[in-house]
Design a protein around this ligand. Structure first.
Ligand SMILES: Cc1ncc(COP(=O)(O)O)c(C=O)c1O
Length: 355
């Protein structure tokens, strides 16, 4: 039976990347060190790092005014690191469209005085909120490009006249995006860029002027910019996998091709859910996530039986996040089209036999 992996992250790798990774780690008779066993300061890894950064730059289209930083700590560390560096003691605006925006806000509250300028929490995070007035001296406006749990996505970034800071964790590299217009963007690699451990930050270099002196060196973005993101030992294997994923994206035809494919297949899944009298998705159509589709059975008690039946049919990773319940299908770049077709068939079958 073919298995399909709908995990929200760590998520499926493209099959050719998995094969390359297996090959890269295979022991040979001579004991040649693998990519995970060499110094990050040596020429072999330097070539990987150089190509990785060059490919990230060309795929995102960010120019020389932006730094590409390869960090540790996931998006969660950026929730704290960003306000410590760019809004220390001052104000920043936060937009809440789901769980992750709330977590980002909670960390910002420890570093400065963030203000929530828009929130769709009262409605249950099923739509994008209208932006209220921004505070004076607002360092940036933070938004979550795609709320991975609630399945709410900004199709285009919010329009404001202050710097934009975007958590793009679960939509990074899933479609063409105006990365060069985002002043600060960050994403963990474990959805569309490979394996957990690596966090990408794209940041406008002139924002560094706002960084207060006296921060721990590790938590000052300038430390990483001036050390080619090698202030300490990088997660070398995650960098290697990211490079292989970027090569694969190019072979697939680039972000425009992936973006069209992703939106077409999410559209098919939403259409099947909307047509059903049993399955539902509560999110407003204008902001339904192309990457993460939460959905619910009419009878909540059938959630776990549906997850189990899906697994028995080879559809893995569909259990919804504990914060929201229900089921969730994550449709990242690496997922095969067949996976979505199989899921739609399964949903119809489950409705016929169990509803
Ligand atoms: C939108 C979003 N932000 C933040 C996170 C947290 O990421 P990490 O585990 O890399 O800290 C996630 C994880 O799923 C996410 O989807």
């Amino acid at each position: 039976m073919t298995l399909f992996n709908f995990s929200a992250g760590p998520a499926a790798l493209p099959r050719p990347v998995r094969e390359r990774l297996a090959e890269a780690l295979k022991a040979d008779a001579q004991g040649t060190p693998s990519v995970a066993e060499i110094s990050h300061r040596g020429p072999r890894f330097a070539a990987i790092a150089e190509e990785l950064i060059a490919r990230l730059r060309s795929l995102t289209g960010v120019g020389e005014t932006q730094e590409v930083l390869l960090l540790h700590g996931g998006a969660n560390l950026q929730f704290a690191w960003l306000p410590m560096n760019l809004a220390a003691g001052g104000t920043a605006a936060y937009v809440l469209t789901g769980h992750w925006g709330e977590k980002a806000l909670a960390e910002a509250e420890r570093a400065g005085r963030p203000e929530v300028v828009a929130s769709s929490k009262d409605g249950g995070y099923v739509d994008l909120p209208a932006l209220g007035p921004l505070p004076a001296d607002c360092a940036y406006l933070h938004y979550t490009g795609n709320e991975t749990i609630h399945g709410v996505q900004y199709m285009t970034p919010p329009e404001v006249n202050v710097p934009l800071a975007a958590d793009l964790s679960s939509e990074f590299l899933s479609r063409p995006y105006p990365y060069s217009e985002i002043d600060f963007a960050y994403a963990g690699a474990q959805k569309n860029l490979g394996i957990a451990g690596l966090t990408v930050v794209l940041v406008r270099r002139d924002l560094f002027e706002r960084i207060p002196d006296g921060l721990p060196k590790y938590l000052d973005y300038r430390t990483w910019a001036s050390s080619d993101s090698m202030y300490n030992t990088p997660c070398t294997l995650a960098w290697y996998v990211a490079l292989e994923v970027l090569r694969w994206i190019e072979q697939m035809g680039g972000l425009a091709v992936l973006g069209e494919r992703n939106s077409a297949r999410a559209g098919c899944l939403y259409a099947a859910i909307d047509k059903s009298d049993f399955w539902s998705n509560p999110v407003a159509r204008r902001c339904r996530s192309v990457m993460n589709v939460p959905f619910f059975p009419a009878d909540e008690r059938l959630t776990m039986p549906a997850v189990a039946a899906a697994e028995a049919a080879g559809l893995m990773g569909l259990k919804g996040h504990r914060a929201l319940g229900g089921l969730r299908a994550s449709l990242y770049n690496a997922l095969d089209d067949d996976a979505v077709e199989n899921l739609i068939d399964f949903l119809g079958e489950f409705e016929r036999t169990r509803a």
